[in-house]
Design a protein around this ligand. Structure first.
Ligand SMILES: *[C@@H]1O[C@H](CO)[C@@H](O)[C@H](O)[C@H]1NC(C)=O
Ligand SMILES: *[C@@H]1O[C@H](CO)[C@@H](O)[C@H](O)[C@H]1NC(C)=O
Length: 519
């Protein structure tokens, strides 16, 4: 055909040739460049790895997630990003007639050759889900993955009656050392004493929420002036009781900033067990994940954009391309923060520190946006523990952490010098530590990696649910007396609007399992 056209005038010939060149060029761009141009290695879709609880139907979480590890044609893991558009994910109901809204995020490029895929179900897939992962047109790893239903969504009120089966499904750790340590002060929980003493001693201290859970139904009353933060404890307890049947319990949550109970374990009368967001070495409060970590986990891909999963995709440039300086932005809630800013003015070559006015999640995003550009991040207490610490640990930077008697629920797993660099409370050795990091770059990077790996595991959404359950379980086992619904307690119901619609089959399944066991 070409030669037929070429028999015409030379101008026709050159036009045709032009067209062929254009087509040829487009062909090169489309096929060769993405493979050889954007990264040194080419991806072998079949050798890539895919894993994670988001492929298990029974791991019900607000946002389900799984990982993709890019692997090259030699079978080697990629350790740098092959480009953020390397993989595409499609998730659909196995029942083509069933309409459910599924919000699938673009795979988050973690910058280290791995990707994190998050999705949120807005309905229960009764027959199941099909998860497909593509690289170009090719299927990745063992895609498509089939999850047999029912695959429940977050708002479906469908607790698993067998709590140990649920814990196994979530791969909950057998022991949480922080919980074990906190309960050492409380071999028994005397409910009658608690009801009498807690209001007397602490109701003028900010905000206390008195909860009772009976038959997985939640009741509460509030004490103190500042109890709006009950929205955070309500939302996690409701979410937990939609997923698993929790033991009957009656307890207090302190929703103020500071932990409360200063009595020592051997004083008489003894200390009172109160749950708090923040722990300290001077107090006996039983620590729970902070409202910030909790809310972030529950509202991922909804109200919260800068959550613990999405920050994993915003780690900035590769280590070698980060600025070798320490960075800090925060409110002026503590003296040392002002000292830090003064230090930064004197040593701008080592430190970029500033005070900002942000208070809540959204404002923070703008202010801290520059952080991933820096190799070192300074963490200084705010009113209590700096709730930014989890986010810093998930980044690809070395965290310089001020020594503190405040802690959150997961700090116990982190070792100074292994996962982060400790800095004296008065910051007197901070500059020295920054110098050390600059001179020992490989070691600094290794610590940063170790910290990031640990935080990725410890702050996984499933671990959060495990933690809450475990804390309530241990508490319930020590209760002396019957949990009661007091007459001024209101029932806190599960949502029952269209978002919660679903058919829960767990009770029936358990009955079937029981019958099978008996036969
Ligand atoms: C490749 O990555 C996967 C997933 O992170 C990991 O389990 C595996 O050990 C890595 N393989 C090598 C050879 O490093
Ligand atoms: C670091 O930055 C340079 C210049 O922008 C760029 O060419 C290089 O690819 C970057 N290296 C990495 C590992 O990102």
């Amino acid at each position: 055909m070409f030669w037929e056209w070429a028999e015409g005038t030379t101008s026709t010939f050159s036009k045709v040739l032009d067209r062929w060149l254009v087509i040829l060029f487009a062909f090169i761009c489309a096929t060769v460049l993405p493979v050889y141009g954007s990264s040194a290695a080419s991806i072998n879709p079949g050798k890539c790895l895919i894993w994670g609880s988001g492929l298990q139907p029974d791991t019900v979480l607000p946002v389900r997630f799984f990982y993709i590890q890019a692997v090259d044609s030699d079978g080697q893991n990629l350790t740098a990003s092959p480009g953020k558009d390397t993989f595409k994910v499609k998730i659909s109901s196995l029942d083509q007639k069933e309409y459910i809204r599924i919000h699938v995020s673009q795979p988050l490029d973690r910058g280290d050759g791995s990707f994190l895929v998050r999705y949120r179900l807005y309905g229960t897939a009764s027959k199941g889900l099909k998860v497909e992962v593509f690289h170009g047109d090719a299927s990745v790893a063992k895609s498509p993955y089939t999850m047999h239903g029912p695959v429940y969504h977050e708002y479906c009120d469908c607790p698993e009656p067998d709590a140990s089966a649920w814990q196994k499904e979530l791969q909950c750790p057998k022991k949480e050392p922080q919980i074990l340590s906190d309960f050492k002060s409380f071999p028994t929980v005397d409910l009658q004493l608690l009801r009498e003493e807690v209001p007397k001693r602490f109701s003028n201290r900010g905000g206390l929420i008195h909860y009772t859970i009976i038959n997985n139904q939640m009741y509460r009353r509030t004490q103190g002036k500042y109890t709006d933060f009950k929205m955070f404890s309500d939302e996690i307890l409701l979410s937990l009781t939609r997923k698993v049947t929790v033991p009957n319990v009656e307890f207090y949550i302190n929703v103020g900033d500071w932990p409360l109970e200063t009595k020592s374990a051997d004083s008489s009368p003894g200390p009172l067990p109160i749950f708090s967001w923040c722990g300290s070495t001077d107090t006996r409060d039983i620590v729970l994940p902070t409202y910030e970590v909790t809310h972030s986990t529950l509202e991922t891909m909804r109200g919260v954009t800068n959550d613990l999963l999405s920050v994993q995709g915003h780690t900035g440039p590769q280590w070698i391309n980060k600025t070798s300086k320490a960075f800090f932005r925060g409110r002026d809630s503590r003296e040392e923060r002002l000292q830090l800013v003064a230090l930064s003015k004197k040593h701008p070559e080592l430190l970029d520190a500033g005070i900002t006015g942000w208070f809540f999640f959204r404002d923070r995003e703008k202010q801290v946006g520059k952080a991933p550009l820096y190799k070192y991040q300074v963490n200084i207490d705010g009113t209590v523990a700096a709730y930014r610490f989890p986010y810093l640990m998930l980044g690809n930077s070395l965290v310089l952490k001020q020594d503190s008697h405040y802690y959150e629920h997961f700090y116990i797993h982190l070792k100074p010098g292994t996962h982060y660099i400790p800095v004296k409370r008065d910051l007197s050795n901070l500059l020295g530590k920054i110098h050390w990091a600059k001179e020992n770059d490989a070691e600094a990077q290794k610590i940063s990696r170790a910290g990031q790996d640990a935080a990725r595991e410890l702050l996984k959404p499933s671990r959060l649910y495990c933690y809450y359950y475990n804390a309530l379980l241990m508490y319930s086992q020590r209760q002396n007396g019957q949990p009661q619904r007091h007459k001024d307690m209101e029932h806190v119901p599960q949502p029952n609007d269209h978002t919660a619609m679903c058919t829960c089959k767990r009770q029936a399944q358990q009955e079937k399992r029981r019958l099978n066991d008996e036969l």
